[in-house]
Design a protein around this ligand. Structure first.
Ligand code: PMP
Length: 404
């Protein structure tokens, strides 16, 4: 692994190098990451030279492509240190993976009176699927409250856990404040009660090396697009025994062994959960993003990100009325508000200066409600950001706040 070299990395992101007179300052990587050339070229090359369907037909194109498609599964298995390649299921993203767990595992398992503990810090993608399945089964969604510092109230969590708890749903790292939840402790405590734990890794996978076996997570999900891959592809990791016992969710081609009007025999893992033509280009391009990421000094990248975040916090701390919300140690992002100024007005002024960040509720209404806020501005960093990006953000924010 090479040492972290910001200039060499930055050069690999065409979207950040389009207009040298007005370079974009991209501080919205928690929404979606920009894409490295290696990934973009993989997509281009696939459609130019290799396009075919997978797992169908017997011609040469489909055989070599199927092999490449299945190798991508091995890449993700190794990336997560999953025990078996069958435990890696392709989905459209974290959202679809969470819905799959809810509609297959939870829907076939939950009984009236069962409880699903969901943290108050969650993205809507890790709340709404549980509400839907609770409605369908008579189970109840119970909130694990957060403390004013935007960390989970662990005393409350331990008190809420009971024999009624069937599922604990929690983000590895949250998208509003970058809070890193104590998932190791939560998994151990949930297992002691016989509950399964669903970890939303949409943000966590980007900034930590994940070992699902060491974690002992029952399910771990993420989206490719935040991990420098294309959109429309994501991953569901599930423990083999759980996945084996789960009924299929979507029906169609490829997930069956034998279909007749008398009944259908489903295929085994992972095909059972992959009905229809998959996102082939997405799968192989995501694998390329992971290879690319693995070739980098990831620890060095995180140090770089932490230094940028500190530079930004130092640069804006004297702005009148500015409050950082639930500042978290070692996060890759932070959220802030400026008292008396609407977040959207600031975002608009920054946008006019080519500074791209996120303003709004971050798909986390419950968390924002708990904070008594309708929105924040969120600055999120990735390994391709530079000190110059931060300096331009700081200057632009001072200018915007002077104006407003
Ligand atoms: N969970 C978290 C913590 C997220 O940040 C996001 C994306 N903002 C999601 C889930 C949903 O991911 P996607 O929209 O890619 O399915």
């Amino acid at each position: 692994t090479a040492q972290f070299d910001i200039q060499a990395i930055r050069a690999q992101f065409p979207a950040l190098n389009q207009d040298s007179d007005h370079p974009i300052v991209y501080l919205d990587s928690a929404a979606t990451a920009q894409k490295p050339l290696a990934m973009i070229q993989t997509l281009d090359d696939y459609y130019r030279h290799q396009n075919a369907n997978v797992h169908r037909g017997s011609h040469q194109l489909t055989a070599s492509l199927t092999q490449r498609f299945e190798q991508a599964r091995d890449t993700v298995q190794a990336f997560l240190n999953a025990g078996d390649r069958k435990e890696i299921i392709w989905t459209r993203g974290a959202t679809e993976a969470l819905n799959l767990i809810a509609q297959s595992w939870a829907r076939s398992t939950l009984q009236p009176g069962d409880e699903i503990l969901v943290s108050e810090l969650e993205h809507h993608a890790n709340i709404v699927p549980w509400q839907i399945v609770a409605e369908q089964t008579g189970a109840t969604v119970v909130k694990i409250p957060m403390k004013p510092d935007c960390t989970l109230d662990m005393d409350a969590f331990h008190a809420l856990l009971s024999a009624k708890t069937r599922i604990v749903a929690v983000a590895h790292i949250t998208n509003v404040t970058g809070t890193r939840n104590p998932i190791e402790t939560m998994i151990a405590a949930a297992h002691a009660q016989g509950a399964v734990v669903v970890v939303d890794g949409a943000q966590g996978i980007v900034h930590e090396a994940v070992d699902v076996q060491a974690l002992d997570a029952d399910f771990y999900v993420f989206s490719g697009h935040k991990l420098f891959g294309p959109s429309g592809i994501g991953v569901l990791y599930g423990k083999q025994a759980l996945l084996e016992a789960m009924p299929p969710w979507h029906g169609g081609g490829k997930m069956v062994e034998k279909v007749s009007f008398d009944g259908t025999r489903f295929t085994g893992l992972p095909g059972k959960f992959e009905a229809g033509t998959p996102n082939i280009s997405g799968v192989i391009a995501l694998a390329e993003s992971i290879h690319w990421l693995n070739s980098l000094d990831r620890a060095g990248a995180e140090q770089h990100i932490h230094a940028l975040r500190q530079q930004a916090l130092d640069g804006i701390k004297n702005i009148e009325g500015l409050r950082v919300i639930g500042l978290q140690p070692d996060a890759s992002l932070f959220s802030f508000v400026v008292d008396g100024v609407h977040h959207q007005d600031i975002a608009t002024l920054l946008d006019q200066q080519n500074i791209t960040l996120r303003a709004g509720n971050h798909c986390a209404h419950p968390m924002l409600n708990a904070l008594g806020l309708t929105g924040t501005l969120r600055v999120s960093f990735a390994l391709y950001n530079t000190e110059d990006d931060v300096a331009r953000f700081v200057t632009a924010l001072h200018k915007a706040c002077d104006l407003l």
